[in-house]
Design a protein around this ligand. Structure first.
Ligand SMILES: [Zn+2]
Length: 102
């Protein structure tokens, strides 16, 4: 059985997820890859691109790969807009100038 493991309106994120899963040796394919941005189409009819796997025995692993990837991204440090200092993700305000992380 084939299963969908990830979808997003952001095609970059979808391609990124596909690459991460394939890097672990899991076969994937995209659906709706070309559904967005077609000339003359309105966004109301756009379907989000989807990442599918060929074998549902890989489903849990594929989801783990995506979750790990997303949580790593959320944990990334941020740069203060005000003073350009780098801040750890656990800080909500800049350690240097106390500006909110916008
Ligand atoms: Zn700052």
């Amino acid at each position: 059985m084939m299963k969908m493991v990830y979808t997003s309106e952001n095609q970059f994120l979808v391609c990124n997820a596909k690459n991460l899963i394939e890097a672990q040796g899991i076969g994937t394919f995209l659906k709706n890859e070309f559904a967005q941005g077609a000339v003359g189409e309105t966004s109301a009819f756009d379907a989000w691109p989807e990442v599918w796997i060929f074998s549902d025995s890989d489903y849990e692993q594929a989801l783990n790969i995506i979750e790990t990837s997303l949580s790593r991204k959320n944990a990334a440090e941020w740069v203060c807009e005000n003073c350009s200092e780098h801040n750890d993700s656990s800080f909500d305000i800049c350690w240097n100038c106390q500006k909110d992380n916008a």
